[in-house]
Design a protein around this ligand. Structure first.
Ligand code: MTE
Length: 894
């Protein structure tokens, strides 16, 4: 008979947030560690008396944290202890490892790791019972259900389940060689009591048809590439041993927003990525999910596949063999903690080393082993499988569901292990390794299996031991996110090759072997050698000025003052970065040469406090402020929504973005550019490029950006940005910042370069391919202004006739303004009947059509040459123009 539980009212939800009175808190550790031994408290006694470990005390956060206030999650209180792994937003976080371990077997919802690909869908408590979801696709009886129906019509179960992000421990991979993923430490794992309905019960009601093999799931969070979604195998979903459920409660309370409120899938034993949150749809299919996130996320590609190869060759991503489902065997040492010190002179003869371990696919961890001599000899650790205690309970009600596990042989939770080691032996050792094995004898490997997404990292976990006087100091491999520290970083900095099979150390006098391919490409140094100056955040902020702008790249401080005049992007882009961390923008748009030049402007390193203060401290527009008449802001990224895509040719599209309101104008001076930022949906890595919109700058409500899409080909990798733009779904946000650029056309022959005005009577415009876009802005402004008598000579080079961008508009302007306009096109692959010029824009063509003499004596003002195109074109035009009599002072490169 079905257990009837009604959806909680708002009052009940509030009450549920409190741990039920009968739930004792997790005990303080009662082992021999000097730092944790606090004596047995009353609470610990209650815990010992309790039959099963129950949730730790929870303190639901009540305050929206400062960094979240400027994000779409500005309504969501969170725990400040969580470490942000991808800047401020989206929220991807793990707890400090010791805090996580100290919580015990179950994790409180506020410290449970979070992996959000985008903004958290907001659901009002009163709407929770009406949350709808569907079961559709290859089923005899498609079902639409509300959460109320789910609670009233189905049996509720409660299971303890560990969720693990496939990226857990990825930072170690990133230190060896940068993967496409962000840097999880070892706390991308947590455990809770989940309450809900067994997935198989629902699927059986819907009756999958013959040929159905997969259960695709979709969440309510709309992301750059559609809603988050993935799939699991139907056969598994129908198997009660696999324990898959749709859960609405976590540790007895309503799911918290970050964890899928009001409904999520929980897929035990598999990577967390399959446990879709904010669940809206179950679609039964014959094929695996074709959701973008299913294909481009959660895979372990062969180690030979480089980031470049994976980007060039889609075949790697659609091969189901590389999709990850079951977790791999893993174990981690929590104590000794990173940078923990152990006094050698003291009463404690032993130190208790301890940590967690988990297996995949429901397989039990059957042994955890420790070595102090790099794997020559091993000792067995004690394992505590708290999950067994729930199983031994037999059926009983817990947290609004039936705890019913005694019949099930699979294990879905982590276990804790510990081993007492004589302190004297630790003093003799240089490291402690741990490895676990599951019941199928899957043992953790000694060496890392590096792969392009850096997932499922599970080599032996190594904690190093340094003897410092009377103390031993311990170091974990890494620290999460950009936090410095860990033996891996130290070894790498000292020149060790982490891929040499000896953790970067020289063993037995052997020279470290260079293994090309495993070490990351050498990066250009942007710092002054030997400069040790530390700079505080206050000092940096004092230079948030136009006159003496200091800015930060990769934690280093640069003084942009001496370069204001000469900066090719204009002084404005340096000034806009004053007092800010501009790492993403700088690294995305500067060449190696520019990076080398940075050494001259390097003035010191931001101190640790300063670095922490800048983490995620990007200037964000205030979400509550009144909308401004002008969209662009040179210091903050603003969001525009992709409104329409118009295909102009096979490789060019116009992207129309909606500004913040219908009356708003872009605010872009003629001839200047904007920066567009997209984030790689998998890695959150920023892709930033500058573009010049083609819509009129005064157009209200919208802007149009013409983009030539550089598709990947067999021979060549395509454009990261243009392809990412092409994949953007309509309705998605894109970030914009600007204006940037040193040139501005102010009308009637007035040009401004770096703020200095200059009157010209003729503009010679030379461009290739999409280099037409900034030129077009200036050209159009002149053609549209009847009073503007400035002459334009435009030489526009392309390969094919159909490659010429904006041709119809250019031709129309030229036709209507013959007296002030000369338009020349040149093609390198012209059709036979082509009446225009032929050949590339190089010395012969320039000599014939743009020599200095041809422009001599044209009125009182001068001539200015505007050039825009690919780097190679700009270089060759520069050389040729110098040869034919132009000077550097005449030329302006966009
Ligand atoms: N479901 C939706 N709808 N959106 C997401 O971004 N992230 C997935 C999964 N389910 C995600 C999702 C990933 S990668 C993981 S590891 C888990 O949720 C994390 O669950 P948690 O945040 O509750 O720990």
């Amino acid at each position: 008979m079905a257990t009837v539980v009604v959806a909680p009212t708002r009052e009940e939800t509030r009450q549920l947030r409190r741990v039920p009175d009968d739930l004792p808190p997790t005990p303080p550790d009662s082992d021999t560690n000097s730092d944790t031994e606090k004596g047995e408290t009353e609470d610990a006694q209650r815990y010992v008396d309790a039959e099963v470990p129950l949730p730790p005390p929870t303190h639901p956060p009540t305050e929206v944290l400062e960094p979240d206030k400027k994000t779409p999650d500005n309504w969501l209180p969170r725990d400040p202890r969580l470490i942000r792994l991808t800047g401020v937003h989206p929220f991807n976080t793990e707890a400090p490892l010791s805090d996580l371990y100290n919580e015990g077997f179950l994790t409180s919802p506020e410290l449970f790791y979070v992996r959000n690909h985008g903004a958290v869908p907001q659901v009002r408590d009163e709407d929770i019972p009406d949350w709808e979801f569907s079961i559709e696709g290859l089923v005899e009886h498609p079902i639409k259900l509300t959460l109320r129906d789910l609670l009233e019509q189905y049996e509720q179960k409660t299971y303890p389940i560990t969720l693990v992000c496939a990226g857990n421990r990825r930072k170690e991979q990133n230190v060896v060689r940068k993967t496409k993923g962000f840097s999880w430490g070892a706390a991308g794992v947590s455990t809770a009591l989940f309450t809900g309905v067994v997935l198989g019960d629902l699927l059986k009601k819907a009756k999958p048809k013959r040929g159905a093999r997969y259960v695709c799931m979709e969440g309510a969070d709309k992301l750059p590439n559609g809603y988050y979604g993935t799939s699991v195998k139907l056969n598994w979903a129908l198997d009660p041993n696999r324990g898959m459920m749709l859960a609405h409660r976590m540790n007895g309370e309503m799911l918290r927003p970050d964890h899928g409120k009001p409904l999520r899938a929980v897929i035990p034993g598999q990577i967390g990525g399959r446990s879709v949150k904010w669940l809206k749809k179950l679609i039964i299919t014959a094929e695996p999910s074709d959701n973008w996130y299913h294909i481009y996320d959660n895979r372990v590609l062969p180690t030979t596949v480089s980031p470049e190869e994976s980007a060039n060759n889609p075949k790697w991503w659609i091969d189901e063999r590389y999709a990850i489902y079951d977790l791999s065997t893993n174990s981690v040492t929590a104590y000794p903690a990173h940078e923990e010190q152990l006094c050698l002179v003291g009463p404690q003869p032993n130190y208790r080393v301890k940590g967690y371990a988990y297996g995949g696919g429901g397989r039990r961890i059957t042994r955890v082993e420790i070595t102090l001599d790099k794997g020559k000899t091993w000792r067995l650790a004690t394992i505590d499988y708290a999950e067994d205690r729930y199983r031994e309970q037999g059926p009983r009600q817990m947290c609004g569901g039936e705890l019913d596990m005694e019949w099930r042989e699979s294990r879905f939770c982590w276990c804790f292990w510990n081993l007492d080691i004589p302190v004297s032996e630790l003093a003799e050792a240089s490291d402690i390794f741990v490895r676990a094995m599951d019941e199928s004898m899957n043992v953790q490997p000694r060496d890392m299996y590096w792969s392009v997404l850096g997932m499922m990292n599970n080599p032996w976990f190594r904690v190093t031991i340094a003897k410092e006087g009377d103390y031993l100091r311990f170091e974990h491999p890494t620290q999460p996110a950009l936090m410095p520290g860990g033996w891996m970083e130290r070894v790498k900095k000292a020149g060790g090759n982490l891929a040499n099979g000896f953790w970067g150390e020289k063993i037995g006098g052997a020279e470290a072997v260079e293994e090309p391919g495993m070490e990351g490409a050498k990066e250009v140094s942007m710092t002054k050698e030997g400069l040790k100056q530390l700079i505080t955040i206050d000092e940096l902020r004092k230079h948030d000025t136009e006159e003496k702008p200091w800015f930060v790249v990769n934690g280093e401080v640069y003084d942009g003052t001496p370069f204001l005049e000469r900066h090719p992007g204009g002084a404005q882009s340096i000034v806009s970065a004053a007092g800010l961390d501009t790492t993403d923008e700088f690294m995305a748009i500067h060449s190696e040469t520019a990076k080398v030049m940075m050494r001259d402007y390097h003035i010191g390193s931001l101190d640790e406090e300063g670095r922490a203060a800048l983490v995620g401290n990007e200037v964000q527009p205030d979400p509550h402020s009144e909308p401004t008449p002008i969209f662009l802001d040179s210091r903050a990224w603003k969001k525009g929504i992709l409104h329409a895509k118009t295909t102009n040719s096979w490789d060019t599209k116009t992207f129309t973005f909606k500004l913040e309101h219908d009356q708003q104008t872009l605010g872009l001076p003629t001839g200047q550019h904007i920066m567009i930022r997209l984030r790689d949906p998998v890695t959150r890595e920023a892709i930033i490029r500058s573009y010049t919109p083609i819509s009129e700058t005064g157009k209200p409500g919208y802007m149009d950006v013409l983009v030539k899409i550089y598709f990947d080909t067999h021979e060549r990798k395509g454009g990261k940005m243009s392809q990412a733009m092409d994949q953007l779904p309509i309705g998605h946000f894109v970030d914009f910042k600007g204006p940037i650029g040193k040139f501005e056309y102010r009308g009637r022959g007035i040009c401004s370069v770096n703020g200095k005005e200059r009157k010209v009577n003729t503009l010679l415009m030379i461009c290739g391919g999409s280099g037409i876009t900034p030129i077009y802005q200036v050209f159009r402004a002149i053609m549209q202004d009847q009073q503007d008598e400035t002459k334009c000579v435009l030489l526009n080079g392309n390969r094919l006739l159909e490659d010429i961008l904006c041709k119809a508009d250019l031709d129309a302007f030229a036709r209507d303004n013959a007296e002030k306009c000369k338009l020349m096109y040149t093609l390198t692959k012209a059709p036979e009947d082509w009446a225009g010029l032929r050949g590339r824009i190089a010395a012969p063509l320039l000599r014939e059509h743009t020599s200095r003499e041809l422009f001599g004596g044209e009125g009182e003002g001068g001539v200015m040459v505007l050039i825009c195109g690919p780097e190679a074109l700009e270089k060759s035009v520069h050389g040729a123009l110098l040869e034919i009599g132009w000077g550097d002072e005449d030329m302006l490169f966009f």
